[in-house]
Design a protein around this ligand. Structure first.
Ligand SMILES: [Zn+2]
Length: 677
């Protein structure tokens, strides 16, 4: 591999219209943080850049919906997301934002340079215009009927019901989301980046010169290039964004896909006056960490922009991940199907590393993967607690017990001791090889193998037995166990920064160089070690069940919210209806019908009499909560015998799409026996 002088790590700018969830963390930010920390430990010159992407139509739509300004929307999520990253130990050198002045300046200059060089083409096209509001309508501002499925609330770019991509002009009966009026088509001028012009160059640069890129990334690029590239508009008619810096372009802003990646450059400018050496010196290695939805922007469009500008370097690698699903379903902000970072920390305070670990261990590196709470619990309890935490704890407790917390002087090493020490080196190298090629899951597995090795070493050498007859031998055993612990403190630092920070304090290690992990004398005899606490704690079943219940509740709420109402039954006459005698009543007693799961035997005061009614509601109500409930009863329903009990009448309930039942009750207190009509 070519040796570079420095590294520029960028992580996809999260869109500032919602909080960060575990899918973002697993796909982009955990890997970028691991990689950055690893390069730092190796003593490399590295900067890590991120920030909020604060332009685009969804933000203006959200602002309109909530009756606030777009700036207020982005201020809220920028603050929330910046804090979430800090809380999880994702260390960016800068977390900037695209609404900053420095970004407006940088993006305008970039556009202007391409404009002056004649890199854009201009084209007049027909777009929808809202005459009442006096503005052009972006796709998301137009709703109408989907020509494919008949959904009346399809957007101008997509029908969310059938998933079809649309053009605004495809919609039947288009309507402006601003004024509600029917929009008219009007000519508008825009600038385009002729991507087709860069196609031959991109083919060589990616398909021939970067065959080492991850196969999911390479494959997606190849398919885009095989389909052929089209010119892409870089401007839009909108009032939220970086104004197009050209005379006569009033009311037009840079399209968000053009402005957002330039955000990496502005953030670097904000960070350091030396920013050009990170962006323009070919001895800098630029790596983009992104999710798969961003591959086309970072592998095809942004490189074409940089190439057109002419003075910038290109990314050396783009290790994009696939998507993480949650309990078998696609993560979705609008359906609230996610684990939000700020909520996780409320439920699992201090357990950042448990989540970082679980997300890295099952990261969607080559294909989509699923996060489940049960798997999260198993990773924490069976791996972090039982393997890593257990080894560290035993080593420190025994050192404290036998040698007052002092690293002992080793005696002669057996062949087993020597091969164990050699394994530190080979495992460290395996971690390195995998990190160098962006295989974070495998790197973590190899690092954990070092903890497994430590556990096995203790189990095989049994110092707690040997201490009775051979103290010198135990000195050697614990000396080696402590060397393994010290190596873990460095090798696992990129993955588990909070826990390894603790471990380094317990071991009094301040040497934080990657290569020190290979040093058999990382901990010198005579050094003091100590630990008063456990590194990880078990996560109990109840905590996991609470999280699963939370998701089940979300699922139910989603079903209820989106369910279509069942169609009306055929007409009945007023006489038909009048024959039914419905009365207000009160439940007096309730008991479960033996040997059934659904039936409850009720004693009901109907005002006419007190009678027995058998009702199939045992899965929805407990017998304790029923007495005293006001209900409505069809009192003249012919009696039926159910499980040997004569049931006289039927209690009325409403049922929603999830099967949830609720009693029909008079809104005000009313005497039992009052007719319902
Ligand atoms: Zn549709």
């Amino acid at each position: 591999m070519k040796k570079f002088k420095r590294h520029l790590i960028t992580s996809a700018l999260p869109y500032a219209n919602g909080p960060i969830h575990i899918g973002h963390l697993a796909g982009v930010y955990v890997p970028s943080d691991i990689y950055t920390r690893y390069l730092r430990l190796r003593g490399e010159d590295v900067i890590s850049i991120c920030g909020s992407d604060e332009h685009g139509v969804p933000i203006t739509l959200k602002a309109r919906k909530e009756g606030i300004t777009p700036q207020e929307v982005v201020d809220r999520y920028h603050k929330l997301n910046k804090k979430a990253f800090e809380d999880f130990g994702i260390l960016f050198d800068i977390y900037s934002r695209t609404s900053n002045k420095i970004h407006y300046d940088t993006a305008s200059e970039f556009f202007r340079k391409l404009y002056d060089k004649g890199e854009f083409t201009e084209k007049v096209s027909n777009q929808y215009y809202d005459e009442e509001a006096g503005c052009f309508l972006a796709d998301r501002y137009i709703t109408g009927t989907c020509p494919f499925c008949g959904n009346e609330n399809a957007y101008g770019d997509q029908c969310e019901k059938c998933g079809t991509s649309l053009n605004a002009t495809d919609l039947i009966n288009p309507k402006s989301a601003i004024s509600g009026s029917a929009p008219v088509l009007k000519d508008t001028l825009h600038w385009y980046l002729p991507l087709d012009k860069y196609e031959p160059w991109l083919k060589k640069w990616i398909l021939e010169d970067h065959t080492e890129w991850k196969s999911n990334v390479y494959g997606q690029c190849k398919s885009w290039l095989d389909q052929g590239l089209q010119p892409r508009a870089v401007s839009r008619d909108l009032d939220w964004g970086v104004p197009v810096p050209v005379e006569g372009a009033e009311g037009k802003v840079l399209y968000v896909w053009f402005d957002a990646p330039i955000g990496y450059i502005s953030a670097t400018r904000e960070l350091t006056p030396d920013w050009e050496k990170y962006w323009k010196d070919p001895e800098t290695r630029m790596i983009h960490f992104i999710g798969k939805d961003n591959i086309v922007f970072h592998c095809i469009i942004f490189p074409s922009m940089l190439k057109a500008e002419g003075s910038y370097i290109l990314p050396e690698n783009v290790p994009a991940n696939e998507f993480l699903n949650l309990e078998g379903d696609k993560i979705s902000t609008s359906r609230n199907w996610a684990v939000w970072l700020h909520e996780y920390l409320q439920d699992f305070p201090g357990k950042q590393d448990s989540l970082r670990y679980a997300l890295c261990a099952s990261a969607p590196e080559a294909k989509d993967n699923d996060f489940t709470w049960k798997d999260f619990q198993a990773r924490n309890n069976n791996e972090l607690v039982a393997i890593l935490g257990n080894f560290i704890n035993r080593t420190l407790v025994l050192t404290d017990k036998y040698f007052n917390g002092t690293v002992p002087v080793p005696g002669a090493l057996t062949d087993f001791d020597k091969s164990t020490l050699d394994s530190i080196k080979s495992l460290k190298e395996a971690v390195e090889t995998n990190l160098d090629t962006f295989r974070f899951r495998q790197a973590l597995a190899e690092a954990m193998n070092l903890a497994r090795l430590g556990n096995k070493y203790l189990a095989d050498t049994e110092p707690w037995k040997v201490i009775k007859e051979d103290e010198q031998r135990v000195k050697t055993i614990l000396y080696i166990s402590l060397q393994i612990s010290a190596s873990l403190a460095i090798i696992l630092e990129p993955f588990l920064p909070f826990s390894m920070d603790k471990l380094r304090k317990w071991l009094s290690i301040d040497d934080l160089r990657w290569d020190a992990a290979n040093n058999k004398e990382l901990l010198k005899p005579g050094n003091k070690v100590s630990s008063g606490e456990l590194m990880f704690s078990k996560i109990e079943d109840e905590e996991i069940e609470r999280q699963i219940q939370k998701l089940l509740d979300t699922k139910k709420a989603n079903i209820a919210a989106t369910a279509t109402v069942i169609p009306q039954k055929e007409d009945v006459t007023f006489e038909d209806f009048s024959r039914m005698d419905i009365r207000t009543a009160t439940i007096i007693e309730a008991e479960k019908v033996a040997k059934t799961t659904k039936l409850i035997k009720l004693k009901v005061d109907t005002g006419i009499d007190v009678r027995t009614i058998v009702s199939g509601i045992a899965e929805h109500f407990t017998v304790e909560e029923l007495p005293g409930r006001k209900v409505a009863v069809i009192v003249n329903l012919a009696p039926r015998t159910i499980k040997g009990i004569e049931s006289k009448g039927m209690i009325l309930l409403a049922e929603d799409a999830t099967g949830h039942l609720t009693f029909m009750t008079a809104e005000e207190a009313i005497k039992n026996g009052s007719p319902v009509k």
